[in-house]
Design a protein around this ligand. Sequence first.
Ligand code: PMP
Length: 425
Amino acid sequence: MSTTDERSVFLRRESEARSYCRRFDAVFASASGSVLRDTAGREYIDFLAGCAALNYGHNDPDMAAALIAHIQGNGIAMGLDLHTDAKRAFLETFERDILRPRGLSHRVQFTGPTGTNAVEAAMKLARKVTGRHNVIAFTNGYHGVTLGALAATGSRYNRMGAPLSGVTRAPYDAYMGAHTDTADLLERMLDDPSSGVDLPAAILLETVQGEGGLNVASAGWVAHVATIAKRHGALLIVDDVQAGCGRTGSFFSFEGMGVVPDLVALSKSISGFGLPMALVLVKPEHDRWLPAEHNGTFRGNTHAFVTARVAIETYWRTPDFQAGTALRAALVTQRLEQMARIIPGSVLKGRGMMQGLDVGTGERAARICAECFAHGLIVETSGAHDQVVKILAPLNTPLDLLTQGLDILHAATLATATTDLLTAA
Ligand code: PMP
């Protein structure tokens, strides 16, 4: 824990907009792998991983070495979209190891370095390509907070009552319970010329809603939505900002679902090192941008290109990494099932290495996370009521550390449930 003195400049000068730091009251100084250290030398197991921006852990040694060599060799350090050797090497690796093996012919559009900017670009391009304005987005979706993407984000808290337009909300998979197929409802509304829903430029979805509470869309639902989009002349945009880069097990979260999205937004872990970087994959026939139409000074973080290339070379050239993620995900599922038995009515959420436990209320989830932090584990919440304790550990977390972190979470869940029982008695 940090002393007030140590934190005083943050309290005095940093805007009230600050968020994650409020829950994790320490001043962090160093990190490696799945462990963060504060200025007092206290260690924390990291189940937040830069909000899924550190799928390969902190300060991966190969990425660090490549970046240091790049900087020491006076490699380019700016972000303008000039041709650079670092960007070339990234694109060649991304093409060879990610796109080609998956049969994806998409072009790569580099946007400003945030997830929200990639979503903005995708929505804008879909509108340009189709000549339509409406975008269908789903309940509990999170796509960022700049105005275009914010219109697609569900959270009232983030929407701030702003006059956001151009998006029609549709119910996500299983939103109405297991017995209502919400894709059927969407189809009905689009088939009906007087449903009040304008034909969309795009249908925008996350296959797992990271901020929305780890709601998982079934492969069948995603495939049905893809068919609906195609039949109605809309583009399918998958927002893989959080669920992509291996988080669900495969590089893209939609692999194995039989869909090829027209546009895919990627950010967070694409640089592999926590450096800001974002891109949109664009089917070649939709690449109708004019030069600089979606402009930006930082559309090519050269340092991020260096680490992004090494991330792919290190982790995606063999199936071992994916097998390791699957193993860890199975362990997380098994342990969460045990924890679910502690809190009556709690529900397992998510898939792959983005799983968690819906513990009913945000207040209880916050107490569990606070208890975890007090015992050296950083873990956050998500969901409409912040009621889901969400595990986003790095995908390569050593098994002993993963187990240790899950033990802390288990103990915190038990302690919280016990307090609740005593309070109720
Ligand atoms: N889309 C999804 C699915 C996200 O999870 C996020 C961030 N949590 C964003 C978009 C926005 O990314 P950023 O915060 O980098 O703008």
